[in-house]
Design a protein around this ligand. Structure first.
Ligand code: B12
Ligand code: SF4
Ligand code: SF4
Length: 372
């Protein structure tokens, strides 16, 4: 029994050291037991329609809170945090992109680390003489990442629904490895982060998407409307989107816990050159201007992307591909209308004649906003 505990401790220590060596900023361990209360909470959130059209959230829901359904014999979960904070770019046209999207796609950055982690776990399990198995996820996997992170004591859940850490505030990506290895779970830390009577995130959210139970109504959230949503943006919500081209950080930027945010160490999250990730450098120009880094992107350039192939060549490797060409042009129309960028009227007029009904309608709306 004692030997087992010692082995558990050694494995836990080795895993934590390796996580930091791989460049993760935080690593915590929790047991892989089913999360019954968060599971019920999740099902209720779905039933109330809060997932909007994100169909993947409605499939295999039990898996999301039952690790055993993902990996037979699951014993522990290694919860990993990667700090992505950086100062916002000031785009010439004064639009905004959420911080998480201002560099190389985090799914790619983290997946490559998780692969190295899997090889390491195989090595330690073999040296212990007991073959373990693992399943690792970042974001898209069927796992309630925030609930497991909260249970691992990585941070607390704020009223804005985010995991807030003592070390980095809330600008951290989560990922996790579910393993059959028996590891020592982390104990609660002395720091008891909390919101107290603060309501800043709720007050600043332009669309009132934050609910009193610390969940988000995706149907109202700018992040959903500009990234995951494939259809039109409801007209009454368009003015509230303000200058957000892709995603939204308002409920995090306002959070007093984020005074502790520190610049990310990940160079991949710095300014990413556009048009270079789809297999070598692509000779492309956007709207007459040659492509530079994401930092030099303009709405005028987005409005002139004509084909999906061109869009993919330009944005490959960045999170912006998630919105697809139609989505990004739709968003650019909304922002152009909200900022009344009359210099974009020629591009908007052309788009208002588009065969694509959604794009034509958003462009016409933007023209109307710019010259009422
Ligand atoms: C769907 C989704 C969205 C949707 C819905 C958001 C939402 N809050 O539910 C949309 C598109 C709107 C969205 C937006 C964003 N997202 Co998102 N999203 C997800 C995804 C894929 C699933 C989230 C989900 O299941 N939601 C349903 C609700 C019910 O669950 P939850 O919020 O995850 O967690 C709740 C429960 O766990 C509960 N809970 C926790 N412990 C306990 C214990 C008990 C006893 C109970 C009863 C409940 C309970 O409290 C949590 C908060 O409500 C996760 C990745 C993943 N696989 O988990 C990323 C994830 C949550 N998103 C992330 C990010 C970065 C964002 C944005 C900041 C991006 C941006 N800047 O535009 C915004 C933030 C919006 C916000 N304030 O939440 C990060 C969050 C990291 C962090 N520090 O918290 C995640 C974890 C992705 C990642 N791998 O890093 N997202
Ligand atoms: S991301 Fe923006 S729209 Fe969504 S809840 Fe936060 S403040 Fe509201
Ligand atoms: S802004 Fe205030 S209420 Fe919202 S998460 Fe931060 S501390 Fe909590």
């Amino acid at each position: 029994m004692h030997t087992m505990n010692q082995e558990e401790k050694n494995n836990t220590q080795q895993i934590k050291t390796f996580a930091l060596e791989l460049g993760f900023d935080m690593v915590k361990i929790t047991s892989a037991e089913k999360l019954s209360a968060p599971g019920e909470f999740y099902e209720k959130w779905l039933q109330e329609g809060n997932a909007a059209d994100m169909e993947y959230l409605k499939e295999n829901t039990e898996k999301r809170y039952t690790p055993e359904k993902i990996l037979t014999g699951a014993r522990s979960i290694i919860v990993l945090g990667l700090n992505y904070y950086k100062k916002d770019y000031i785009f010439p046209e004064k639009f905004s992109i959420a911080k998480y999207a201002m560099g190389r796609d985090y799914h790619k950055v983290i997946t490559s680390k998780l692969k190295k982690f899997a090889a390491f776990l195989e090595k330690i399990s073999l040296s212990n003489g007991q073959k373990s198995s693992e399943k690792s996820y970042v974001d898209f996997g069927p796992t309630m990442e925030r609930a497991f992170a909260a249970k691992s004591h990585m941070g607390f859940i704020g009223k804005n629904a985010c995991i807030i850490t003592r070390e980095y505030g809330s600008y951290i990506f989560l990922s996790e490895i579910i393993t059959t290895l028996e590891l020592t779970p982390d104990e609660p830390t002395k720091w008891k982060g909390q919101c107290g009577s603060c309501t800043r995130c709720i007050d600043i959210c332009p669309t009132r998407a934050i609910k009193p139970d610390k969940t988000i109504d995706s149907r109202l959230c700018i992040s959903y409307l500009t990234i995951e949503n494939r259809g039109a943006i409801p007209i009454e919500l368009r003015p509230k989107i303000g200058n957000w081209l892709f995603g939204c950080d308002l409920c995090q930027d306002i959070c007093p816990h984020n005074v502790r945010a520190q610049p990310t160490r990940v160079t991949d999250f710095q300014n990413i050159p556009l048009g270079t990730q789809a297999g070598g450098s692509v000779e492309l120009s956007l709207g007459g201007a040659s492509l530079g880094g994401l930092k030099s992107l303009s709405l005028g350039q987005i409005l002139t992307i004509e084909t999906d192939e061109e869009f993919v060549k330009i944005f490959a490797g960045t999170p912006l591909t998630r919105a697809k060409r139609r989505g990004l042009i739709r968003n650019a129309c909304v922002v152009a209308g909200n900022l009344k960028l009359t210099e974009l009227l020629p591009q908007l007029k052309k788009l208002s004649q588009s065969d694509d009904e959604m794009i034509a309608e958003h462009a016409a709306w933007a023209i109307q906003q710019s010259c009422p």
